[in-house]
Design a protein around this ligand. Sequence first.
Ligand code: UDP
Ligand code: MG
Length: 315
Amino acid sequence: MDKETELISIVLPVFNEEAGIENTIDSLENFTANQPQNFELIFIDDGSSDQSAKLIVNSQAYHSNIKLVQFSRNFGHQLAITAGIRYASGDAVVVMDADLQDPPAVIVDMISKWHEGYDVVYGKRVLRDGESWFKKVTAAMFYRGLQKITSIKIPLDTGDFRLMDRQVVHELSRMNETDPFVGGMVSWVGFKQADVEYERRERIAGYSKYPLTKMIRLAMDGVTSFSAVPLQLANWLGTFSILFSLGYLGFALMTQMDTAHFAVFSIFLMVGILLLSLGMIGSYLFRIFEASRKRPLYIVSKTTGFQDPPSPKTY
Ligand code: UDP
Ligand code: MG
């Protein structure tokens, strides 16, 4: 296929980004105007309560390649990405933050890797400007930990900034996962994967929409959708505590020591292990419960900028 006839979709999840969205649109339009390929920008408004959607609609008067899908409420970053790639019609789809933390210029490197024959090209962060040490340390720990306990290989230090070939997008669109962890799903589908290094910048405006609670939820989704190790851990903890208490009983009988205060300690320990294991089982059970309800993953209230009524691909 000629570069001139290739269509690249850029998917941008948006949640209350009014402070910087116009800047993002300008930068992307300037960038894409100088590229040989055709581009479409697909914004997913994830239930913003500010002017984000209005600003995007306004920009459609000047740019014919801007499309907007609006959710009926906030469904979360991962579902916004999921919807975005279903509405994309490009030969390749790039997902990036709407806050310009992922520099558009990196897309050139991603496209050339794609032309070399890679189906997934990850953006690998070699530097993270303006993010707290807490975020960097927890993210690094999470990705390393996840790699240890899952059989799929999620590349280290990558986020959601990546290019995917149409074939990969097709396979992803067939996966109807509640609480998706898109990074893991992309690794899971396979194909030829490569990465390009980039320096992640500071946000141009606004503040992070990922508070600790959302980060923890994403981490839990990552773990429970790809690993059974925490469930098995409950077995190991249980076995260990039974052996420990038997050993302790033997020791107490032999030495006839006063065990009163140690008893308190062991009760707390056992109850802790039990509750932890129960909680873990509960998390998996809840996933099954959610999947069994078969609700739609997200609800679209409105689409604008599409030529025909869009038909999201779910296969
Ligand atoms: N986002 C979203 N829904 C949410 C939270 C975030 O669509 O519930 C968007 C947000 O507007 C941004 C991207 O997802 O374009 C990544 O979020 P953010 O930049 O706040 O995360 P960070 O880069 O700080 O990890
Ligand atoms: Mg960001």
